[in-house]
Design a protein around this ligand. Structure first.
Ligand SMILES: C[S@@+](CC[C@H](N)C(=O)[O-])C[C@H]1O[C@@H](n2cnc3c(N)ncnc32)[C@H](O)[C@@H]1O
Length: 289
């Protein structure tokens, strides 16, 4: 499928399933996922997948000093805030979704939570020593606006880390990309490439800008078990939540047909993935030029 076609498909979807805006810079773009409706199912990812690499990158990034102030932007249900709470680190979280925040209140009761958006952080200048976001940047309507805001709320010498997929790297495989049409193309629009994030950060005068792989996620699931256990439910990942019911059903149907073919041959069908999460870091100068 050509890029023209993909763009057209997405424009058409925009009316039914997503609010979509594309600006030529790619910095401003919105596919609205309704996190209020998927909050209850969100944390199953932490029971089903290995995030130990992200966990250790976060611990290293924040350090063991409990005196600093740390902010997670797009904190969701508070999974990462809880981890830092346990280290007695003072943490704040911000998220626009009321229901995600309701879970965060229970998960990380010592965190200071605010309902708000990455593009307009409800804190004053130079408030934090660390700002991070995990699997959230691709949801921000104005990514460059967020990076500017993170710079503003960081104290001199403070550091920023953003962790996410880079579907532009070409290194990843995912059964969701394989069976559900357009998802990879949509992800390439939603997720900025790591190189692009670094470029934006350089433009905003972050220092020590760099990216490293922090999590390798190889997955091999029995297709039958995945279907039976709800691991392909529409609310398990934003990639599926964004699809129209018809597109989602078509993808499921492909999997069911492949399963039937495998059964006929007396074989098992596995859904496989080989994904990587990348962390991009930068710091704010000690003295403004
Ligand atoms: C995939 S979840 C990640 C949650 C959490 N960081 C984690 O890793 O468990 C993405 C989160 O980004 C939030 N989000 C979406 N748009 C946002 C925005 N403009 N500003 C801040 N957060 C936003 C969503 O509500 C959702 O909770």
């Amino acid at each position: 499928m050509s890029w023209g076609c993909i763009a057209l498909n997405i424009q058409m979807k925009a009316t039914s399933l997503a609010t979509y805006k594309e600006y030529s810079s790619g910095a401003v773009m919105t596919f609205k996922v309704n996190y209020d409706s998927i909050a209850a199912a969100f944390d199953r990812r932490y029971r089903e997948n290995d995030y130990s690499g992200v966990e250790s990158a976060l611990r290293t990034f924040v350090g063991t000093e409990s005196t600093g102030r740390v902010l997670e932007v797009g904190c969701g249900t508070g999974h990462w805030l809880r981890l830092l709470n346990e280290e007695a680190i003072r943490v704040c979280g911000v998220d626009p979704s009321r229901n995600m925040l309701a879970f965060a209140r229970t998960t990380a009761p010592d965190a200071a939570l605010a309902q708000g958006s990455a593009e307009q952080l409800p804190w004053g200048d130079r408030t934090f020593d660390r700002v991070f976001c995990i699997n959230a940047l691709h949801h921000f309507g104005d990514k460059l606006g967020f990076l500017r805001e993170a710079h503003r709320v960081l104290a001199p010498g403070g550091q920023m880390m953003t962790v996410g997929l880079d579907p532009h790297s070409g290194a990843d495989r995912w059964y969701i990309y394989e069976y559900f049409e357009s998802v990879l193309a949509i992800d390439k629009l939603r997720y900025p490439a790591s190189r692009q994030i670094r470029e934006w950060m350089h433009g905003l005068e972050y220092l020590n800008v760099r990216t490293s792989e922090v999590q390798h996620l190889p997955v091999r699931l029995s297709a039958r078990a995945a279907l039976e256990e709800g691991r392909l439910d529409k609310n398990v990942t934003s990639q599926l939540a964004l699809l129209s019911d018809e597109e989602y059903e078509r993808g499921l149907e492909r999997i069911r047909r492949a399963l039937e073919s495998a059964d006929t041959l007396g074989e098992s069908l596995y859904l496989t993935a080989d994904l990587r999460l990348h962390a991009t870091f930068g710091s704010v100068p000690f003295e403004s030029a």
